[in-house]
Design a protein around this ligand. Sequence first.
Ligand code: UT7
Length: 324
Amino acid sequence: MNYSRIIGTGSCLPEKIVTNHDLEKIMDTTDQWIRERTGIRERRITEDDETTGMLAEKACRRALEAADVDPAEIDLFVMGTTTPDLVFPSTACLIQKKLGLPDCGAMDVNAACSGFMYALSVADKFVRTGDAQKVLVCGAETLSKITNWEKRDTAVLFADGAGAVVLEASEEPGVLSTHIHANGDYADLLTSNAGVSRGWEAAKENGGRPEVEMRGNEVFKVAVRTLGRIVEETLGANDLRKSDLDWLIPHQANLRIITAMARKLEMDMDNVVVTVDRHGNTSAASVPLALDEAVRDGRIKQGDLLLLEAFGGGFTWGSALIRY
Ligand code: UT7
């Protein structure tokens, strides 16, 4: 049996830090409200000329370096993003040659905040079937570009960043299972108001760019319920118990959602990787950013059992159980 194993992680955050106090100066909000309702203290925001692809390229380089893998050995590149540099070529194609990858398959997967879970799932399947030996997987976003900075309900939440992993085929697990789902009935609760074939008029209001619209409170309730179900599904599929888990690496949308998940899993918050306080919600980048941070600071050790999960626009949701 082929498994895929993570053999290297990397990440990249923009330099510019925007604190809650900075936001207090430009909109009707307070540091206290943002901290109490979301857990966010500050976030990283790209400059105007900094793109998703630029962040992704750096995160991928760091993951390849950590894995000690020559880019020429990569035989598939999958990128989760909902804020690509261009409509096409895909961001994966735009940075493929800069990274020194060969003419391997390269694609973007759009599953909003679940983008990395979807990308990891696709990559894992290619390895399991024997079609790929080494796969580069990235989650990268510049949500700040589709945020309306005059709207406090979304502007305080979203931010920019990128995270990546290198997967390698192995006889030992590895990625034990991945699970992905979607339900388009909820499309209107979390959406961008413009795209390519519709929304031109709406985009004019945000300088020609789409903007994120969210009915936060309703999203919150479905997110907690749905993530609760997927962690049960993931553990059940592997015949494992909550107590077997060493680490929860959740999507970083809201500290209250993260603590609700920890409670459901009966996990101590010391075993939950939290970055939302410093990163905000970086959508598809949030899980690989958190993973990289905890790998590099030595919290996650070889052999640890990790549960990764995410929930986002679509709705989409996904998880992975990984023996690191
Ligand atoms: O990553 C994809 C998935 N996304 C999520 O999972 C996000 C899920 N949702 C959430 O995290 C939370 O719903 C939010 C953080 C977005 C909002 O928190 P909430 O506790 O659900 O607040 P709310 O939307 O019910 O708003 C409560 C009050 C409202 O005022 P009134 O009507 O009670 O007077 C809002 O107008 O808070 C007000 N409010 C703000 N006040 C200060 C909304 N945004 C702000 C703000 N600063 N930035």
